[in-house]
Design a binder for this molecule. Structure first.
Ligand SMILES: *Cc1c(COP(=O)(O)O)cnc(C)c1O
Length: 363
């Protein structure tokens, strides 16, 4: 049972039908927001309370709010998909709820129950239902739950007041002109997470620490940056916001094991399962960067891809580093990569049976 009810405080839409239609015709990613947002507040005295769905708009925050100084913040990301019959579904939300609880523990934030998490998604998606795009291609409504330290206090300790919000943003197809393989820069200078750090938590700080490396990647002509383990700088960890996979010529599907510095992606777990279902051998193991580059040159590794909720599965076309350039396969999109991508999105949009019970109806 959900303890929080996320009752709407208003039914007045922020934007008119025409403006919403104009935005939904070309939503892009993360630039347009819906009419409403879900909110709940936690205080050390009363726990979680004051839940509602209210008009989307700027927050009032003290300049001394702890999050602005010490970065005590976590977030989640998942999508709502409209099926052909008009119903709206989301993918494995209990996994996101549990991960948000793990992130909360690591950042000394209060845990929100899985029931309350799901209730917030349901209430917001119901209020913003016209914002869930029609299933013409790969459109969705991206849901962004987040939680932060809002107490007005500059002392260093866990905040006594915490705010939780869910905002929503219509998302167009990630690859409007067809799937484009990524060029990935291998950073030998920066790490995103270290032993005992926050790498396994979905917190803004991890992203803040990745931005300079990502900028360096772009300056070197790449799209994304790959981080190695911080201790030895030899093992593959992940990209700044996506997990990494390799597929060998003999059909083994490999991904770095969860060492504590890698974020445990819901897409990663789903890909491992779908690959297994196809009869492929899957392994979570240490992947040594230099060995992977050799196996790309020898043709032993034929495909690599990155995965996460936003882009689903993105082929990696090549790697760049100070020492050179390595092409993955023929530099295009691998066959197994595209097959896994199609199967996952077909499940999400209700085009094939949901044999693992991964979908939850929202509206
Ligand atoms: C969110 C995220 C991922 C992908 O997780 P999904 O649950 O698949 O969206 C991977 N790495 C990092 C660092 C992330 O923040």
């Amino acid at each position: 049972m959900s303890a929080l009810d996320f009752t709407p405080t208003s039914t007045t839409r922020r934007l008119g039908d025409d403006e919403r239609a104009r935005i939904l015709a070309a939503p892009g990613f993360g630039t347009h927001f819906t009419d409403f947002m879900a909110h709940a507040r936690w205080t050390v005295q009363d726990g979680w309370a004051e839940s509602s769905v209210l008009p989307y708009g700027p927050l009032q925050l003290s300049p001394a709010a702890a999050v602005l100084h010490y970065g005590q913040e976590i977030f989640e990301g998942l999508k709502a998909f409209r099926h052909a019959d008009g119903s709206v579904w989301t993918f494995r939300p209990e996994a996101n709820a549990e991960r948000m609880q793990r992130s909360a523990r690591r950042l000394a934030l209060p845990e929100l129950s899985a029931e309350d998490f799901l209730a917030s998604l349901r209430a917001l998606t119901a209020a913003d239902e016209p914002w869930v795009p029609e299933p013409t291609g790969e459109e969705s409504l991206y849901l962004r739950p987040f939680m932060f330290a809002s107490e007005e206090f500059l002392g260093v300790r866990a905040s006594h007041t915490v705010d939780y919000y869910v905002i929503a943003s219509p998302a167009g197809p990630y690859f409007p002109r067809g799937v484009q393989p990524l060029v990935v820069w291998i950073t030998d200078e920066y790490a995103r997470a270290g032993a005992g750090g926050t790498g396994a938590a979905k917190c803004g700080g991890n992203y803040a620490s990745s931005l300079l490396a990502r900028r360096q990647a772009v300056e070197n002509g790449a799209d994304e940056v790959l981080f190695l383990d911080s201790e030895t700088h030899t093992g593959i960890d992940e990209l700044s916001g996506m997990n990494v996979f390799a597929i060998t010529r003999d059909g083994r599907v490999l991904t770095p094991s969860l060492t504590g510095s890698i974020l445990e992606g819901v897409t990663r777990a789903s890909v491992l399962r779908l690959a297994q279902d196809r009869g492929l051998e899957v392994a979570e193991q240490r992947l040594v960067m230099s060995e992977v580059l050799e196996q790309l040159d020898s043709g032993e590794i034929t495909e690599m891809f990155a995965c996460g909720t936003a882009a689903v599965i993105t082929p990696i076309g090549s790697f760049m580093a100070h020492g050179g350039t390595w092409t993955v396969g023929d530099g295009g999109s691998g066959e197994t990569t595209l097959a896994l991508r199609k199967e996952l999105t077909d499940i999400q949009y209700g085009r094939i049976p949901d044999r693992h019970g991964w979908l939850t109806r929202l509206v």
